[in-house]
Design a protein around this ligand. Structure first.
Ligand code: 1HE
Length: 265
């Protein structure tokens, strides 16, 4: 059931609602192309911190013609080095709450997904794009540098060489190119993104909480480990997951021929 009533107080630049076990967070500043000012970044942190325990997945989307124009450049006042580090830390903290939060996040991308907007999208677990989406890191030409975790997350998605190219030459990737290089894993027709995002989020929310935890919290850490540590962590995680009562119930349902088979989509 859709409910417009938000479970958390947010700035006007964000809008939240819940639809059953799926929570939706929209960047809601279309007149400024969803540029991310400090208040919005703090609001994102608040939203993901306050997520109710029964929410199984989140859809993150943008209102208007663009997902996000990145950092609100009008706030780029004179900062000294210490203040700059603190500002970047604010983004890091907020986006960590997305990546290592309570529920998997599906980002629905369209229009400009640039600078800090791309860094935001990179913190999600599943990214899907409408054909209108395009990706850029204009920091290079603005005389600044990414500060929202982009150097950590983007090379893991598309490689250091592509990120260097984007920052040094101002290269823009189209939605189709973004799909080909791994920025997104779904590409849909214009206007279909949100519906597809909800569909994927509902599917994710139907997994057990323990499996979703394993995939979003353990898997990325295992992937970063040395192989020996990774195998040990994987063995522990898989034994914990299979011991869960809900896992036993689901396995029994399959063996009793009550659960769906895996089919071609
Ligand atoms: C903004 C911003 C912004 C738009 N900060 N106000 N990001 C960028 O370098 C991207 C800058 N933005 C653009 O290139 C374009 O605005 C877009 C391609 C995204 C959209 O173009 P368009 O023609 O639809 O909109 P517009 O007319 O350019 O902008 C509409 C309004 O939004 C206008 O304000 P107005 O008062 O004149 O109506 C713009 O000034 C405003 N606006 N983008 C502030 N980004 C943690 S570090 C991350 C570092 C970065 O993210 S750097 C990348 C910054």
């Amino acid at each position: 059931m859709s409910s417009r009533k938000s479970f958390v107080a947010l700035p006007a630049s964000l809008a939240a609602e819940r639809r059953g076990r799926v929570a939706v967070l929209r960047l809601n500043r279309p007149r400024k192309r969803n540029a991310l000012d400090d208040e919005t970044v703090l609001g994102i942190e608040t939203f993901f911190t306050a997520l109710p325990d029964d929410i199984g997945a989140v859809v993150l989307a943008g209102e208007g013609e663009h997902f996000s124009a990145g950092l609100d450049l009008s706030e780029l006042e004179e900062r000294n080095v210490t203040q700059g580090i603190a500002h970047s830390g604010l983004w890091h903290r907020a986006f960590e709450k997305i990546q290592f939060g309570k529920a998997p996040v599906v980002a629905v991308l369209h229009g400009a997904v640039v600078g800090g907007g791309l860094e935001l999208a990179a913190a999600a677990h599943v990214r899907l794009a409408e054909h209108s989406a395009y990706y850029a890191l204009p920091e290079g030409s603005r005389g600044i540098y990414v500060g929202g975790g982009g150097s950590v997350r983007l090379p893991r998605l598309i490689g250091v060489a592509r990120m260097m190219d984007m920052m040094l030459t101002g290269r823009t990737y189209s939605a189709e190119e973004g799909q080909a290089i791994g920025l997104t894993t779904y590409l849909v027709e214009p206007g279909r993104g949100f519906t597809k995002g909800i569909e994927l989020a509902e599917r994710i929310a139907s997994n057990t909480a323990l499996t979703n935890f394993a995939v979003t919290h353990a898997l990325p850490r295992i992937a970063e480990s040395d192989p020996a540590g990774g195998y040990a962590m994987e063995a522990l995680m898989s034994s914990i997951a299979q011991a869960d009562r809900e896992a036993k119930t689901r396995l029994k349902a399959f063996l009793d021929k009550r659960a769906p088979k895996v089919t071609r989509s």
